[in-house]
Design a protein around this ligand. Sequence first.
Ligand code: AMP
Ligand code: GLY
Length: 424
Amino acid sequence: MKILLLGAGGREHAFAWKLSQSPLCEKLFIAPGNAGTSKHGENVAIGVNDFDAIEKFVLENKIELVVVGPEDPLVNGIYDYFQAKDELKNLPVIGPSKAGAQLEGSKAFAKQFMVRHGIPTAAYGEFTIENLEDGFDFIDEQTPPIVLKADGLAAGKGVLIISEHGEAKDNLREMIEQNKFGKASAKVVIEEFLKGIEFSVFVLTDGVNYKILPNAKDYKRIGEGDTGLNTGGMGCISPVPFVDDVLMKKVEERVIIPTIQGLKKDNIVYKGFIYIGFMNVNGEPYVIEYNCRMGDPETEIVLPRIKNDLVELLVAVGGGSLQEMQIEIDERACATVIVASGGYPEDYEKGKEISGLNDVGDSIVFHAGTKAEGDKILSNGGRVLAVSSYGKDIHEAVAKSNAAIEKINFEGKYYRKDIGYEFR
Ligand code: AMP
Ligand code: GLY
């Protein structure tokens, strides 16, 4: 089977690594990919949002499965684009329709969906220029901290948590009137603050059936002890020690089943991954967010913990026969630690030569932001590598990743040594 994978990060390197292990994978292409993905397939220089070029490539190369890594092409409607073409509508595209991708593409849409289907989430209001004054009143009614969310995609930066009413109102005005997050903040969701500890659950669905994948907890702040600026994620662990069978039963009954049924009731086509971010509030799971794709760096630990043939699973998703599959999970813990460019998530330099990539023992190095130049590998992003390791527990897995990272070098290398600190 000829497969096209879209994306260029650590998530896509992990997908390429896993897809290429399948005996069903005859040829893998990655558009545009990075220096890591090219070890498992052929990179092609096409952007993930260039649907015309993707269509041409798919037809010319007789692609039989398309796997979409990032949210952008999904929110832009790549699924519907393929559906609208006679010669492509039977080609399985793993990822939701444009309507399904709204679960991530619009926070207000996601909140309305949860309310409509009785899924536990923080109380909220939604505001635009039309009802800005109501937004100020709504802020006055909240007990700080106050959570303001840009409705649209804002590259992970659109959520503000503010400790004081006046400052929250100033920010609401800047978001709505002054485009603080561009078009994304023309509408703002204001939410009740939930106090608890976060975890993430990943679901694979063919629109009717679903499979629950290994859970994870990520570490979003740049600094040790969860301090400093937010990032795309500096590392993560799986399984999450406090997510026991009792909590997972609540997650499945109160959230996963109503989500899958809700999509069906709303006639929303969804064949792909759903990433559900939760807050555990005294043992009760509340949904913080949906994403319409796998997480990055969560994929770099979730896929290593899945023993199944991923191509077989995704073919079942496309064909609507996921109920025939049994997910087999590796009992070992897995952790990934991100190696970033000094300065990230603010300004950083690229193009630094990376050494020691082959001195990492049995850890797996996924490339997040790299490029090849001759036989050199150069840094090419803020998050450069994700180093994943198995262990008998979180402690062992993180210690192995940290030891592997000590062997890897490039100018300005930075990583958090304390991933999983609460559980070690
Ligand atoms: P989101 O982009 O919706 O995942 O929000 C980013 C981060 O803001 C989350 O990972 C949480 O840490 C935090 N957050 C979002 N919503 C809430 C909430 N209602 N209560 C407390 N923290 C929140
Ligand atoms: N690691 C967070 C995300 O992928 O959204």
